[in-house]
Design a protein around this ligand. Sequence first.
Ligand code: C2E
Ligand code: MG
Ligand code: MG
Length: 674
Amino acid sequence: MVVATDGVEALTLIDQQPFDLVLLDVEMPGMSGLEVLGQIRLRHSRTHLPVIMVTARSAGEDIVEAFRLGANDYVTKPVDFPVAVARIATHLSHKWLVEDLRDSEERYALALHGANDGLWDWNLVTNAVHWSTRWKAMLGYGESGISDDPEEWFRRVHPEDIGHVKEALEQHLASGSGHYECEHRLLHRDETYRWVRCRGAAVRSAGGVATRLAGSFTDVTDAKLADPLTGLPNRLLFVDLVDRAIKRTERRAEYVFGLLVLGLDRFKVVQDSLGPLAADRLIVAVARRLQTSLRATDVVTRDEPGYTLARLDGNEFNVMLDDITDVRDAVRVATRLRRALEAPFDVDGHQVFVSATMGIAISTTGYTRADEILRDAAVALNRAIASGTLSYEIFDPAMRQRALSRLQVETDLRKAIDNREFELHYQPIISLPTGRIAGFEALARWRHPVRGLLSPAEFIPIAEDTGMIVDLGRLTLAESCRQMAVWLTQFGPAAPRFMCANLSSKEFADTELMKGVGNILEIAGLGSSHLKLEITESAFINDVPAAQVTLKRAQSMGIECSLDDFGTGYSSLSYLHRLEVATVKVDRSFVGEMGVGRSGSAMVRSIVALAHTLGLSVVAEGVETAEQFAELRKVGCEYAQGFYLSQPVDAEAAGLLIAAQPWETVSCARRAYN
Ligand code: C2E
Ligand code: MG
Ligand code: MG
């Protein structure tokens, strides 16, 4: 504490060193306290140097005058020391608080400056926004050029983003707490959009009403438009590029561009064996190689070939082929890209071979939006993948039609399960020695409300792809078991002995399958020996261990399994003995050869012989002629099924066939029902 004897000395001291607070007597020799106060206030503000006046109790006007001149407080004489000390403490702590705040504000301003952010401060009472210089510069403007009208801000927001910007603002204002944060595009002076991250918070009155909204803007355009892994343009940027190219096709009839989508083959396998991090490194290496190959512009002699490589999805790259002559340019690029991937990649010391399949779409098909041409290139890619042999495919509109109708089937199929639009037809399986109906194969039909009765080829593959086969399979199993139980009751010992139901590989790979089958048998009241399950070879090949578990379980439940379409797979003969099946169904392609030349019959003959050595019975599928039928009897085949005998028919017609037994041979009729 320093004591000055008069006003002049006090002012000199204040000029020489910093003080936290001044206690100033109004009545002093020479210069009065009020005059000294006036002088202090010329140099220091109220917050910078608080002044507490000491006055006589009676001097009311002095106090008023002191406050007018900038005093912070007063104490009266005689001084009540505890009161005076309390007041001094209050003013000092206030002053320090303000200083701290100013420090932190300065730090904040510095930080913002360093972060390159723009600032905005929206006074909700006057509805004016203050923009920082940096903010204006970020949008290409000088000090003047952007008004303080918030509507101008909203007009700059991209039309597709304005909805969620306003929603986020309203939500924040209504919520009463937290922060406002929103990413959107903002129009730059150069007519391009920049991505900004806008953050802020409301300042609220004591009643909780927001009076100000202030915050910052960060330009995130670069981060937003690049794929973080490869640094290539990402979907946002690429779609924008394609959209611009489409606009160009509308302005210039001769302008053509192409879009190529490249998918890395079997990438999942690579990922599973190398691990995700190495797979990422491989993606980066592939990106580099594709990029280099595109830059080597030996194909088209043009100043600026303008091929843009982008990464939109995991293992897919896209190339925008700007300003090409026709589809042949795109094909050349496809060939070049495929060649670029031929040499192996070195990933963590492993040699990895990568191949790619591509889909191409050309702007001449006629597009109005980027997602349309992206979709068509993807359709072409899927076609190439499905072919199993093509390394690229060019989109044609018929493909889109096929893809669309497939989509329609998918949609309809979902409804069909709920609406019970499926029915079963039954094709008799004849015992060759007796000519009696030994069993039936249940075959699904879809009574489509518009397209009529559809065969399984039109919906089973789609049901498999979409997983709907599981529900569909349960339905057909339950219905065929119910029907079989009805026939057993109705015909007694004259009833067929078994019902065959087809299972797809997806169902078969489900290790819980047999539990469901057990329930179905129980509900239908059908003994397990009356059900046979038909599976094709692909069911085993896809997931051998799971299939073996299912087969074992079926066997332990007393359910027999048949190997369907035998002979159409790859290595049937080699593993036939390892599978727990009771029957093989010889594919109709072999049966169709019978009777035509000797070789056809010989093939079936050897399959029957092999099956018998392994203790299996044989069903011949697709028997279409009397000649085939007779031949099958001769080679010792147990059962026959085919159009020569009967088409698959509905339950009622099948019941009539059981009653009539039209193929029972007279010579065998006296034998016991076999
Ligand atoms: P699949 O199990 O091999 O069934 C035999 C197919 O051959 C049936 O075709 C049948 O109508 C047909 N067929 C029978 N005899 C002859 C003949 O003499 N000549 C000719 N050309 N064809 C004959 P469908 O009913 O169109 O069924 C096709 C396939 O769909 C079936 O082949 C089966 O794999 C599958 N499938 C049918 N129903 C179901 C089902 O409920 N679930 C599952 N997962 N698949 C089913
Ligand atoms: Mg079958
Ligand atoms: Mg078959």
